[in-house]
Design a protein around this ligand. Sequence first.
Ligand code: NDP
Length: 409
Amino acid sequence: MRKLVEPVPIAVRLSGASRIVKQMLNKDSKVYVAGHLGLVGTAITEALKRKGYTNIIGRSFAELDLRRQEDTEAFFAAEKPDAVILAAAKVGGIMANNTLRAEFIYENLMIEANVIHAAYLHGVKKLVFLGSSCIYPRDCPQPMKEEHLLTSPLEYTNEPYAIAKIAGLKMCEAYNLRYGTDFIAVMPTNLYGPNDNFNLTGGHVMPSLMRRIHLGKLLENGDFSGIRADLKRRPVDGFDGSETEEVIMGLLEKQGIRRSEGLRVGESQSQVQVAVWGTGRPLREFMYSGDMADATVYIMEKISFRDLVPAGATEIRNTHINIGTGEEITIKDLSLLLKETTGFGGELVFDTGKPDGTPRKFLDSSKLHGLGFRHGTSLRDGAKKMYDWYCDDIKAIGSSEVGNQGRLV
Ligand code: NDP
């Protein structure tokens, strides 16, 4: 175990954490990416490599369960990382958050407590903890600013997850104030990109919508081998593409992907409709995972906790950083963009019987912008990159019949 970082005296804490020494990292510094096989973890690993980092380490869930304190501390003692990016978490959609309430609070609290404490014990110079925009109140004013944290009740469905993420960001602040560590919490907006969750019902908005429209295109082209390959790669409700055409048509129909009814003679028989949940009116913000990864590396390299403490503050809070693009889009416009990206020629139908969710969810990213970072990938380019990755991934699996490619450090 490295020498413990000495606690910072109270007078220093209240005088604004100005004594926290900005510790420099170099390209040989050992960077541990916790959750390196996930959507964000893979993008961060790639960003570190692009930046020239040569000593990046990761452990899969099977190799190291971060809920286990002893194992986590043994790993830190053996590896002694210089920097940590904490992107390991139990994540999921509304349904999973609402039903697996105990798992979401327990697993995330354990992962955060073990990793942040071990980072302190072993003298980690910089830690970046990834939270989520769901930390903000249900009826938060829009756009959501860092100081809106804990100003009114949270959304019920993901309250356990949000509480765990708030605990993580408060741990970073508390350890910095007490021990002089340099741990920074970032709160990203909705992310999308390669290695995303393309589950049709439980996945993230953008990848699952893209996949539905892609399946619509395959149906439009009568490309059943393409539909089978898609289902084989990511089975839906236990269907893996080995079923009859009729059964597959039933499955697609259930997902709102169907041939149009009432076609008149002379009209294209291949006209296909894809249902989009809700009215299409809600506004959402999306950031490409590669941009989020660049923001994380930027913060790891250039920003210190002391940069985030307002001068003269007597109570230090809300030092976390929102990470977003500052741009919003309606679900309708996003659907049209994805239609163009996938080359789907059919019709999008808005299923108003399905819930819209909150009308607007938009982060105020002015603190991030003020710190000198702006995203570089437009939604159009990011959607294209994700779609190309998705198609290549299915082809790669089809040809090699092995597990996920491109998920290794
Ligand atoms: P993923 O589910 O893609 O990745 C999470 C990773 O954590 C997986 O590799 C998972 O391993 C690993 N993991 C989970 N539990 C454990 C454990 N007990 N021990 C070790 N590893 C574990 O999630 P994302 O990449 O999307 O999210 C990463 C972070 O970014 C999360 O904190 C999330 O809150 C945050 N975030 C994500 C957003 C998004 O839109 N995706 C938006 C805002 C924030 P395995 O794959 O083996 O299960």
